[in-house]
Ligand binder design. Structure first.
Ligand code: ZN
Length: 270
C-alpha cells in the first residue's frame, strides 16, 4: 500500500533493488489473481510475505452484518494461507451509533469465531490498535491496553497478538509498559513505522516518511527490540503527496530515511 500506484509486479521488481526483503500484501491486490501464483511470484522475487492486510471490521448493527464480517475474515485466512502469509493484520472496526464498548465486545466475539480456522491454517492474527481519531468508524480498539484485554480474554497465545504501528500508538503514555507486556506474553506480531506530520492535512493519507514528523520512532523501535521482536520493521506510509510522486524516487527516499534511522539494515515497505 505504501507504493499504492504500483502493481504487484512492479513492487516485486523494484523492492529488491533497494534491499527490501519483505512485503505485506493488501487483499485488493489479490482480486482477479490466482492466490498460488501470488505466492510463487513473491518467492521468485526473493521477498518474504510478511502479512496479509487486512482482516477485521467485525462490528455491525445487524446479526447478518456480523456474520458477513466473520465470513469475510474466514476468506482472508484462506487467502493468507494460500499466499504464504503467516499473519493477518486486523483493523477491528467500529460503527457510528454503536457504543465503543459494544463494538469491542463484537470484535472479541468476531475474533473468537475465526480463531479456530486461523489456528488450523497456521495463520496468526494481529490486532492493530488504531489512533483514537479512527474510533468513529475504523476501530474501537485504540490502545495497546485494549488490544491486550482482547488477547487475554481469548487466550490463544500462539495465534492472537498485536500489530504495533507507531502512527497509532506513539502518543500513548503507557506505550513502553504495554510493549514490554506484549514481549512477555509473546504477542508482538508486527511493527509498522512512518511519521506523524505537523500539521497533518488528511487523517488517512498524509503520513510522513520517518523523520518528517514528530514521532520518537527510534525510541519506540528500541522498546520493541528490547521486548524481543525480531520480525520485519515495515514501512507503511499512506500519502497522497508521495503517491503522486515517482514511486521509484519515493522508495529511494524511504530507503535513505530508514538508513538514517537504523543504519544500513534491511528495509521493509508494507
Ligand atoms: Zn499499520
Amino acid at each position: 500500500m505504501t507504493t499504492k500506484p504500483w502493481s504487484l509486479e512492479q513492487c516485486l521488481a523494484e523492492f529488491p533493488k533497494r534491499d527490501v526483503s519483505g512485503i505485506t500484501i493488501w487483499r485488493q491486490m489479490l482480486e482477479g489473481r490466482n492466490w498460488n501464483d501470488v505466492r510463487r511470484q513473491t518467492m521468485d522475487a526473493g521477498l518474504e510475505v510478511v502479512s496479509l492486510c487486512r482482516g477485521g471490521f467485525f462490528p455491525a448493527v445487524t446479526l447478518s452484518g456480523r456474520q458477513a464480517a466473520i465470513d469475510d475474515n474466514l476468506v482472508a485466512i484462506e487467502q493468507a494461507h494460500a499466499i504464504g502469509a503467516p499473519l493477518i493484520v486486523l483493523v477491528c472496526g467500529a460503527i457510528p451509533g454503536l457504543s465503543l464498548s459494544e463494538s469491542r465486545k463484537q470484535i472479541a466475539d468476531g475474533i473468537a469465531a475465526v480463531l479456530p480456522a486461523a489456528e488450523s491454517a497456521g495463520v496468526k492474527l494481529a490486532i492493530e490498535p488504531l489512533h483514537p481519531m479512527y474510533a468513529g468508524d475504523r476501530s474501537a480498539v485504540n490502545t495497546m491496553r485494549q488490544a491486550h484485554e482482547i488477547c487475554e480474554a481469548l487466550d490463544s497465545p500462539s495465534s492472537l497478538g498485536i500489530a504495533i504501528d507507531v502512527y497509532h500508538v506513539w502518543w500513548d503514555p503507557e506505550l513502553k509498559e504495554q510493549i514490554e507486556l506484549a514481549g512477555r506474553t509473546r504477542r508482538l506480531h508486527a511493527f509498522h513505522i512512518c511519521d506523524w506530520k505537523t500539521p497533518t492535512k488528511d487523517l488517512l493519507n498524509d503520513r510522513g516518511l520517518m523523520g518528517e514528523g514528530c514521532i520518537n520512532i527510534r525510541e519506540i523501535s528500541d522498546w520493541v527490540d528490547d521486548a524481543g521482536f525480531t520480525g520485519h520493521r515495515e514501512v507503511e506510509i499512506f500519502s497522497d503527496r508521495w503517491w503522486a510522486a515517482d514511486q521509484g524516487a519515493f522508495l529511494d527516499e524511504i530507503r535513505s530515511s530508514y538508513v538514517k534511522l537504523y543504519g544500513n539494515e534491511v528495509i521493509d515497505p508494507s
